[in-house]
Ligand binder design. Structure first.
Ligand code: ADP
Ligand code: MG
Length: 231
C-alpha cells in the first residue's frame, strides 16, 4: 500500500535533469610586439581558384585597424582571408605582408581531430604542466568532461572554445577570425567581443552578425561590392 502511494507521488513529480556544469569563458588574447604600420597591402589583388571571384582590389590593412568583412556566402570571404595570410596564392595581383606580422588565425571549419582538447592544446604548449593546460581550457569555458573529450566529439561551440584557447595563448599582432561566433553561446560571444575590443593589435573578422562586430571594428568591407558575381 505504502509502495503504491509512493509510486503515485512519484508519478506526479516532474523529472528534471541535473543541470550541466557550465563555466563562463573569459577570453583574452596575448599581444605580440608591434609590427610595421601596414600589415597587408593588396595591389590589384584578384582572389579565386580556377576562375576569379573578385574584381582587382587595392586594399591596405593597418596594424591599428579592426575590420569586419561581410557578404553573402560563397563570395570568397574565406578565400580572401587565406590569400591575405599567404595560405592561398592570389589568382592575380599581389599581397605584400609586413615582416613582423604575427597572425592568430581562426578557421571557419577545422578538420575532425582525434585528439582530446587537452592534447590539442598541450601539443602547442609542450612545456606547460597538465594543470596549466587544464587551467587554460577552463578559462575558455570548458569543463573537465570537455577537456578530456576528443575534439571531434565536442559540440561546435565547445570545439570553437578549444580552438580559441590555442589562438589566444600564442602572441599575435593581428587576429584573423573566420566566423568565430557561428557556434558560440551568448556568454562566449560577449566575452569574445570584450576581448577583441581590448586587444591592441589588428583584427580582421568575417562575420554575419553586426551586433557582434560593430562594437569592435572601425571599418566594414562588403565583399559584395568587389565580387564578380551579381548579388
Ligand atoms: N579549394 C577550393 N577550390 C575551388 N573552389 C573553391 C575552394 N574553396 C572554395 N571554393 C569556392 O570559392 C567560392 C568562395 O568560397 P569561400 O571563400 O569559402 O566563400 P565564403 O567564405 O564567402 O562563403 C565558392 O564558390 C566556393 O565553392
Ligand atoms: Mg567562409
Amino acid at each position: 500500500n505504502m509502495a503504491h502511494s509512493r509510486q503515485k507521488k512519484l508519478d506526479k513529480m516532474d523529472i528534471i535533469n541535473k543541470p550541466k556544469e557550465k563555466i563562463k569563458p573569459t577570453f583574452s588574447f596575448l599581444e605580440a610586439r608591434t609590427p610595421g604600420k601596414v600589415l597587408f597591402e593588396c595591389q590589384n589583388l584578384v582572389i579565386g581558384y580556377d576562375s576569379p571571384l573578385t574584381q582587382p582590389m587595392d586594399m591596405i590593412f593597418e596594424r591599428s585597424q579592426k575590420v569586419a568583412i561581410k557578404g553573402v556566402n560563397g563570395l570568397g570571404k574565406t578565400t580572401l582571408l587565406k590569400t591575405l595570410i599567404g595560405m592561398l596564392k592570389p589568382y592575380s595581383g599581389i599581397v605584400i605582408q609586413d615582416l613582423f606580422v604575427q597572425i592568430g588565425f581562426f578557421k571557419q571549419e577545422e578538420a575532425a581531430l582525434k585528439r582530446t582538447a587537452l592534447d590539442y592544446i598541450w601539443d602547442e604548449f609542450p612545456d606547460r604542466t597538465n594543470g596549466e593546460i587544464r587551467g587554460m581550457l577552463a578559462k575558455c569555458g570548458l569543463t573537465t568532461d570537455h577537456i578530456e573529450s576528443l575534439m571531434m566529439v565536442l559540440s561546435g561551440g565547445e570545439n570553437a572554445k578549444a580552438r580559441l584557447c590555442k589562438i589566444m595563448n600564442r602572441e599575435a599582432n593581428v587576429l584573423v577570425l573566420d566566423e568565430p561566433t557561428n557556434h558560440l553561446d551568448v556568454d562566449a560571444k560577449e566575452s569574445l567581443q570584450q576581448a577583441l575590443i581590448a586587444f591592441k593589435g589588428a583584427v580582421i573578422l568575417v562575420s554575419h552578425e553586426p551586433e557582434f562586430y560593430l562594437p569592435i571594428v572601425d571599418k566594414v568591407i562588403n565583399l559584395e561590392e568587389c565580387s564578380t558575381k551579381i548579388v
